[in-house]
Write a protein that binds this ligand. Structure first.
Ligand SMILES: *Cc1c(COP(=O)(O)O)cnc(C)c1O
Length: 372
């Protein structure tokens, strides 16, 4: 029986490295509330992500949700232009702030927001654009910046997939007014659970610092309706350890990525994710779009065939966020036809640093038994 393969596997630092840091937490009994590892990790990340300002959070979602709150949009400016081809978090962060997502379609090449369709969605209620750097592809940041300037909109990037990714040499932490990252266990780089916001305006930074701690600004003052979203010391210590190994992990992911590309290069009916020359990738995901008419099997048939062989891939992103049950009747998926098309045909295949090339070959072999 072949071993079970999941879509991802968390990278772990050598246990000794982690224990070494954890010992200190035992000695000091400082477990959370912006302790020494929080400060150290923040400084190291600033350097790695090549950014001026960074605030750490308990997860990527709270970074996104509190960042929107920190923007303090004018009364009546309630619409945020975004895409439905994303994780639940992006759309939820908007709605949980009492704002309204206005869904823009994606482009069929790199699955990020279709910048030619943004302007027609802008109204006098629009306050921000919240694009997503899907699968580690970088949005058309130049055009988004032009539009945001012209209409005086804020730009908040969901950069959860682009840890360490650069576009024309610039770290994705630096685009827009603010970019958030997720350090969830399943991401390229993780702190078990964790996240960060990178931004230019230090006033936003002060707000975020308070908002992640209930809005408390002094021993006897609370001047914001904040949440509890602080990164604890155990997670910060994990981040410090994982950061030492992240470049090596990304190089191993690159080998997996290239092996898939080699194995699929002559197969008709598969659309692969090729990175633009301007991007230094992190190989976060390996999406494949199936064209059933040419490939001979549907996405769902391939999914089942792999599952039968104990290979568990994901239909990521399916369903679209604008078709979630919790939003029943609120949105119309037919307004984002390309996102719908891709969402119905995509699978993301296993990719992680410890995945062997033999396992990649086996996954490809089984997948190609579906080719008719
Ligand atoms: C993972 C993810 C998030 C949320 O991050 P968490 O750290 O899990 O809260 C947000 N957006 C996207 C696109 C993600 O993939």
């Amino acid at each position: 029986m072949n071993k079970k393969i999941l879509v991802t596997q968390s990278s772990m630092p050598p246990l000794d490295e982690y224990l070494e840091l954890i010992k200190d937490i035992w000695n000091t009994r400082w477990l959370t509330n912006m302790g020494k590892y929080h400060k150290e990790f923040q400084a190291k990340l600033k350097e790695y992500l090549d950014t001026e300002n960074i605030e750490l959070f308990t997860n990527g979602h709270m970074a996104l949700e509190l960042s929107l709150q920190a923007m303090n949009f004018q009364r009546g400016r309630t619409e945020v232009i975004t895409t439905p081809f994303t994780f639940a978090s992006t759309t939820h962060a908007i709605i949980r702030n009492g704002l309204t997502p206005v869904f823009c379609d994606i482009n069929p090449v790199d699955f990020t927001i279709d910048v030619t369709k943004i302007e027609e969605l802008i109204t006098d209620k629009t306050c921000a654009i919240m694009p997503v750097h899907v699968y580690g592809n970088v949005c058309n940041v130049d055009e988004i910046e032009r539009i945001a300037k012209k209409y005086e909109l804020k730009t908040i990037y969901d950069s959860a997939h682009t840890f360490g990714v650069r576009y024309k040499g610039v770290s994705t932490a630096n685009f827009g007014d603010l970019s958030i990252f997720s350090f969830h266990a399943t991401k390229v780089f993780h702190t078990i659970e964790g996240g960060a916001a990178c931004f230019h305006d230090t006033k936003i930074g002060r707000k975020l610092y308070h908002l992640k701690n209930f809005g408390i600004t002094g021993p006897e003052t609370v001047d914001g309706i904040g949440a509890n979203a602080k990164m604890n010391e155990f997670c910060a210590a994990m981040g410090i350890c994982n950061l030492r190994h992240v470049d090596e992990n990304i190089s191993k992911r690159k080998l997996v990525y290239e092996r898939y590309i080699d194995n699929f290069s002559n197969v008709d009916g598969l659309q692969l994710n090729k990175f633009s020359k301007d991007i230094t990738p992190n190989y976060a995901y390996f999406p494949v779009i199936f064209d059933e008419k040419i490939f001979g099997s549907s996405r769902n048939e391939v999914f089942e065939q792999l599952a039968k062989n104990d290979i568990h891939v994901r239909k990521y992103f399916y369903p679209l966020t604008n078709s979630f049950e919790c939003f029943h009747g609120m949105f119309d998926v037919s307004e984002t036809p390309i996102a719908l098309h891709i969402s119905n045909r995509v699978l993301t295949l296993p990719i992680y640093s410890e995945l062997s090339l033999d396992d990649v070959d086996r996954i490809c072999e089984i997948l190609l038994t579906c080719k008719k």
